[in-house]
Design a protein around this ligand. Structure first.
Ligand SMILES: Cc1cc2nc3c(=O)[nH]c(=O)nc-3n(C[C@H](O)[C@H](O)[C@H](O)COP(=O)(O)OP(=O)(O)OC[C@H]3O[C@@H](n4cnc5c(N)ncnc54)[C@H](O)[C@@H]3O)c2cc1C
Length: 211
């Protein structure tokens, strides 16, 4: 679907942490607006100045969407999000982007998200959970979630380090694998390098660069 000029209204705001704010939007126009899990919208802040945000919600809920925004960068986009109130009008363009899950692709999928890069992955996984994985097995065949902390507390017994180090340790078979990576450009490059060194084809690493 082509990106469209849209008009929406803020219906709710939630601070997940002091610096992660979720924004619920109701799309007023166009009435039939929809998106694919993994896509994003752009909000204008003057000529040639936009900020892009991915949908964190699943596309099954028609006419509504949720954004999940890290306001730590503190720029024009973060300040705007901090100032939003329920009832505010929002103009945006979308949906855009090809960081979407292809159900026809029968390879095993690995999702690697750095920090707020979890946003499109949450949308994709929620959508797969709600609608079924499209394979003969159950709703979430062999699903596992491995949080990796850069600076873990002393009590942490889980994975530690950089995303690329975790991929190096945990992804041992690259055969019939497709990998989705979202976050900063440096991490995307490092993860792809690790996978290519393991023998993976570069094209089998799909990515979305947030910063
Ligand atoms: C396709 C796409 C989808 C995106 N989706 C999301 C999303 O769902 N949620 C979200 O929070 N952000 C997302 N972003 C980033 C978002 O567009 C803004 O850059 C971010 O919200 C900060 O906006 P800002 O105006 O405050 O700072 P900016 O002026 O945009 O950024 C200031 C600096 O911080 C860097 N930066 C931006 N975000 C981060 C970050 N999280 N961690 C470290 N450095 C960062 C920028 O590259 C820049 O160098 C997305 C970006 C793209 C391109």
């Amino acid at each position: 679907m082509k990106p469209r000029e849209c008009r929406a209204s803020v219906t709710a705001l939630r601070a997940l942490t002091p610096e992660i704010i979720e924004v619920d939007l109701e799309v007023i126009e166009p009435a039939d607006w929809s998106f694919e899990a993994g896509q994003w919208i752009s909000v204008p802040f003057g000529p040639k100045n936009v900020r892009a945000w991915s949908m964190v919600s699943s596309p099954t809920r028609k006419g509504v969407l949720t954004l999940s925004i890290d306001v730590a960068p503190g720029g024009i986009g973060s300040q705007w999000v901090r100032g939003l109130q329920p009832g505010d009008a929002v103009r945006f363009k979308g949906p855009t982007g090809g960081f979407v899950f292809n159900r026809a692709d029968t390879r095993r999928a690995v999702f690697v998200a750095e920090e707020i890069g979890i946003v499109p992955v949450r949308s994709i996984l929620s959508h797969l959970y709600e609608t079924g994985y499209g394979r003969p097995t159950a709703r979430y065949p062999g699903f596992s979630y491995l949080p990796v902390l850069r600076e873990p507390p002393a009590t942490w017994r889980g994975e530690k380090g950089e995303p690329a180090e975790a991929v190096e340790r945990l992804v041992y078979g690259i055969d019939r694998l497709i990998v989705y990576v979202c976050g900063g450009g440096e991490t995307i490059n490092r993860v792809r390098d690790v996978l290519v060194t393991k023998g993976m084809d570069r094209k089998s690493v799909k990515w979305e660069k947030f910063w």
